[in-house]
Design a protein around this ligand. Sequence first.
Ligand code: GLN
Length: 487
Amino acid sequence: MHHSPAVDLAAAVRARQVQAIDVVESCLSAIRARDGDLGAFLTVDGDGARAAAREVDARVAAGRDPGRLAGVPIALKDNLCTRGLRTTAASRMLEAYLPPYDAHVVERLRAEGAVVVGKTNLDEFAMGSSTENSALGRTVNPWRRSHVPGGSSGGSAAAVAAGLVPLALGSDTGGSIRQPAAFCGVTGLKPTYGRVSRYGLIAFASSLDQIGPLARTAEDAALLLEAIAGRDPRDPTSVDRPVEPWRSAIDRGLGGLRIGVPSEFLPESLDPEIGAAVREAIGALESLGAVVRAVDLPHAPLSIPVYYLVANAEASSNLARFDGVHYGRRSSAARSLEEVYSLSRSEGFGAEVKRRILLGTFALSSGYAEQYYVHALKVRRRIREDFDRAFESVDVIAGPTSPVPPFEIGSKVDDPLAMYLCDLFTAPANLAGVPAITLPCRPRADGLPNALQLHARPFEEATLLRVAGAFQRATGHHLRRPPEPPR
Ligand code: GLN
């Protein structure tokens, strides 16, 4: 049952063809059987999920509206706060944290009848591209267990790809929804900055962070976006725009649509199989009626240095609260106030998080801030202006999601720069604030997934979903499933 699309599950629960409790039991048993070696989940909340499902069934039985996600099981990246349910950010710092409140998106999901089954693994504090920076567990790629699922929302992507849940939420600061979705062969959407409230998301870089859906179809991603989008006064950057009927955008064809392909997204150095798959996908969109033309994003190649200055500067500030006094684990070895701070932070944070705090603090420090942080902000503006200009002549900008294919576990952990380069094509959307979607296209010769990425103007998620839906209907690449391992 958990292999069915979320739209079908919700319709069946609503029509009383199936009970939410049966859907969730089937989902929990799939997790029990298969997550042992996949490692997608850090916490499974069987009791909470059953209680939520029974509540949905009661609503249906009483003739009340069960919500647009009635009875649909969903997994949440473990940097989204869930009341009374452990929320760790995959860090020793928050290993035992029980939030006293739900994130805005979690409140929305509950109101819409979704059933939260558990919390998924991630790179510690969402910093990474492979989920290997998790302090609390290891997640493998469902397509090949020797390979990483991508990151930082690797657990959410692996859970959806493996058919453990039809839907998951991730967060995307520089690519953390889209790159793992690409590596695991699922659909991932980073909404426009401000589209979804960040209230209750453990902050990494507040000017870049967005929460968004991972799903197996564009239609399911649209359904989930409908449930979570909208203004929330507790996040002043969330925007007061109506929630659109995004699922109906899927049905519109591509006639008249203009797609721009920037040469910066297809550089010589790109993995040739990725380049070929993306060109083929763009050709498929053209044959569906879109017009394809060249555009320029001249500053996009500067995204890596700009992103790592801005993101780390903001992270160094956001992570200051985890000091063993205000928030987070307190060292039991400390004998002075000074030691409470230093030992709690030394023990609580992993190596990559420490590297980011050091880099970010340096980029903001007096005497260097002009040269690094302020300079990065200026280049960030150029990147945004490049998108504005390109969107004067096209409606969508297409390219690959990742410059490299899914890689082997351990192959990049000792080379932070190689890991950072994974964000080459995803960080621009965060820096510019525009929405972007990733979807599977022709797989690699060895069977691992390849992905196409599409960008649109701010708040034009409808356009992304329309193109993604048309592509999926025409090609069916999204229907491929990873092999189930022998029991
Ligand atoms: N890979 C990027 C990083 O390590 C992106 C992370 C994210 O989007 N959360 O910072």
